[in-house]
Design a protein around this ligand. Structure first.
Ligand code: TXA
Ligand code: MG
Length: 326
C-alpha cells in the first residue's frame, strides 16, 4: 500500500457499499465510516502498517493512541481487561458514545502503534447500524480517530470528511449525518477510581449514576492524559470568542437559544433555538464549519449551559477558542 496522498478515493453509500468497504479495510486500506458521534477514519487495528497510514493521512504530529472499535462486549473483552466498573459501564452504554480505557489483555490483537505503545487500550462499540455492520463484516477491531485533518473540526457528514481527506484514503462510506455530533466520552478504568478523560456523548451524570458515586472533574488545561485533550484541537480558521454578549457587523455568531438573535453579524447559526442541548451537540461541528466558511475573522459564541451534554459542548468550544500553538 502506498502512503496516503493522491489516492483515488471511492465514494461508497451504505448499505450497498458495505462489502467493498469491509474488503478495503481487510486489505490494509483506509475507509472513513459513520458512527453515531462523528465519522471515523478506519483501518484494521491489528495491522501496524494500515494504522501508520491513518497518522499519515490525518497529518497527526505524533502517535496519539487510537480507539479500537469492536462489534460487541465479547470482542472488547478479548482486547482489554474489564474490571467490575468497566463491565458495568459497557453493559449500560454499549453500543453507544462511550470509550473505555482498560489494561491490554494478553489475548489482545491490536497493534502497538494503534495503542501508541501504551499498555492500556481505548475500546468502543459504536451505536450506528453502518458501523456495526462494517465491524461484523471485518471481524477484527477497527482503529479510527475522527476523520478530519489533525487539529481540525470533527466531521459529522460525509462531505466534511471528503473536504478534509479526499485523496488520502481508499474509500468513504456515506451513512448520512451523525446523530450525537460530539465524540464519545472517554472513561479510564485502570487502577483505582475510574476517571473521565474526555467529556462526550454520554453525560457525567449518567456515568456517575451507573457507578453510584461522583467522579472528580479533570482540568482540561492540566497534564495531558488523553493526548487528544491537547488544548487547541477542534480549531476552525477564524478566531473563536466565547461567552459573547453581543454581535458585530464583521463577525459570525454561533448562537444558542436565540440569545444573540437581534445582534449585528455577517452570519448567525443557532445551535438550538429551543435551547435543546441534544440538538446543539448534533449541530455543533457542522455549524462551526459553516461559520468558518463565511470568511468572518471572528466567530462570537453565545453561552451554552454547562450541565449534561453541555459539558462536552463547552469543552469542544473551549478547545476551538484556545490559542493555536500546535
Ligand atoms: O466518538 C469518538 O470517540 C470518535 C469516533 C470515530 O469513534 N473517535 C475519536 O477518536 O474521537 P480520536 O482519535 O479523535 O480521539 C480518541 C481519544 C484521543 O484523545 C486519545 O488520546 C484517547 O482517545 N485514547 C485512546 N486510547 C487511549 C489510551 N489507551 N489511553 C488514554 N487515552 C486514549
Ligand atoms: Mg479527533
Amino acid at each position: 500500500m502506498q502512503l496516503p496522498s493522491n489516492i483515488a478515493t471511492r465514494h461508497l453509500t451504505a448499505p450497498e457499499g458495505l462489502t467493498e468497504a469491509a474488503q478495503t479495510l481487510a486489505k490494509g486500506g483506509l475507509v472513513a465510516f459513520p458512527t453515531e458521534t462523528v465519522y471515523g477514519l478506519g483501518a484494521d487495528a491489528t495491522d501496524g502498517e494500515a494504522v501508520a497510514r491513518i497518522y499519515a493521512a490525518k497529518g497527526r504530529p505524533s502517535f496519539n493512541p487510537l480507539i479500537a472499535h469492536v462489534a460487541d462486549l465479547a470482542a472488547a473483552e478479548s482486547e482489554g481487561i474489564f474490571n467490575a466498573q468497566a463491565r458495568a459501564l459497557a453493559q449500560a452504554f454499549w453500543p453507544g458514545p462511550l470509550t473505555l480505557v482498560v489494561p491490554v489483555a494478553p489475548t489482545g490483537s491490536v497493534s502497538t502503534l494503534a495503542r501508541a505503545g501504551l499498555d492500556s487500550i481505548g475500546l468502543r462499540v459504536p451505536d450506528h447500524p453502518v458501523a456495526l455492520a462494517l465491524l461484523k463484516a471485518v471481524g477484527k477491531p477497527v482503529a479510527a480517530p475522527s476523520a478530519n485533518r489533525s487539529g481540525r473540526v470533527s466531521p459529522t457528514r460525509a462531505d466534511h470528511v471528503a473536504g478534509d481527506l479526499d485523496g488520502r484514503m481508499e474509500a468513504i462510506l456515506d451513512g448520512g449525518a451523525t446523530q450525537v455530533g460530539v465524540e464519545s466520552t472517554i472513561v479510564a478504568c485502570l487502577d483505582g477510581e475510574p476517571r473521565i478523560l474526555r467529556p462526550g456523548g454520554v453525560t457525567r451524570q449518567a456515568i456517575e449514576a451507573v457507578l453510584g458515586r461522583a467522579l472528580p472533574v479533570e482540568e482540561a488545561s492540566g497534564a495531558v492524559i488523553a493526548p487528544g485533550m491537547l488544548q487547541s484541537h477542534y480549531a476552525p480558521h477564524s478566531a473563536v470568542m466565547l461567552e459573547a454578549g453581543k454581535g458585530a457587523a464583521d463577525a459570525a455568531i454561533l448562537d444558542f437559544h436565540r440569545q444573540l438573535a437581534g445582534e449585528p453579524c455577517m452570519m448567525r447559526v443557532d445551535l438550538s433555538e429551543g435551547g435543546d442541548l441534544l440538538e446543539a451537540a448534533a449541530r455543533l461541528f457542522d455549524a462551526l464549519r459553516q461559520l468558518d466558511a463565511s470568511g468572518a475573522a471572528r466567530i462570537l459564541v453565545a453561552s451554552v449551559p454547562k450541565e449534561g451534554l453541555g459539558e462536552a459542548i463547552n469543552d469542544r468550544l473551549a478547545r476551538a477558542a484556545a490559542p493555536r500553538d500546535l
